[in-house]
Design a protein. Structure first.
Length: 185
């Protein structure tokens, strides 16, 4: 996490930049956001923006870092215990608690780069290293683990057509036991 000034003017500027970014995320795809749009919406000039960030990607990297930390704060203990169901349940609860902006960044296909960076950071963390080190092909297992979010995204797109507890239980069984874990016998 970056060290930020305690100066009130700097904090106001950074708050304005973040609010402007959030507003733009809700109305545009990332490739449609420019520094000019951001600075105009924030009520600052470009030079002021560049005092704090080297690029729009730099601002996005800061948001990715914050969300990765927040996710690990929510599910890291379950990963350390190798509790797949706990990881899934609390990851979904985290996603449910996200603001509209955070949900768009994590679930919208136009922000897939954002999701990929956050999830890669989380899955490469010390908290998750044991999950993957116990397998013969960690990169394949890591990719399989990403399916957790695909299940959540499809649930959102379907209008939350099943109860949240059913979603978490079924996703846990599916990812923990494969298809055989959920087939009606």
């Amino acid at each position: 996490m970056r060290e930020r000034s305690k100066d009130l003017r700097v904090r106001r500027t950074l708050t304005a930049v973040r609010k402007a970014f959030n507003d733009l995320v809700l109305t545009r795809n990332y490739n449609e956001i420019s520094i000019t749009d951001l600075t105009e919406k924030a009520g600052i000039n470009r030079k002021t923006f560049y005092l704090h960030y080297s690029s729009l990607d730099d601002l996005v990297a800061e948001v990715e870092e914050e969300m990765s930390k927040e996710i690990l704060d929510n599910i890291g203990e379950y990963a350390r215990k190798l509790d797949l169901e706990g990881c899934i349940t609390y990851f979904y609860k985290y996603l449910e608690s996200c603001s509209k902006v955070e949900k768009k960044l994590m679930c919208d296909e136009h922000y897939a780069f954002f999701y990929n960076e956050v999830v890669d950071t989380v899955l490469k963390s010390d908290e998750f290293s044991k999950f993957f080190s116990m397998t013969k092909y960690p990169s394949i297992v890591r990719s399989y683990t990403k399916a957790i979010t695909a299940i959540y995204k499809d649930w959102l797109l379907a209008g939350r057509d099943t109860d949240f507890s059913v979603l978490t239980e079924t996703a846990s069984k599916l990812l923990g036991s494969g298809y055989s874990g959920i087939v009606n016998k």
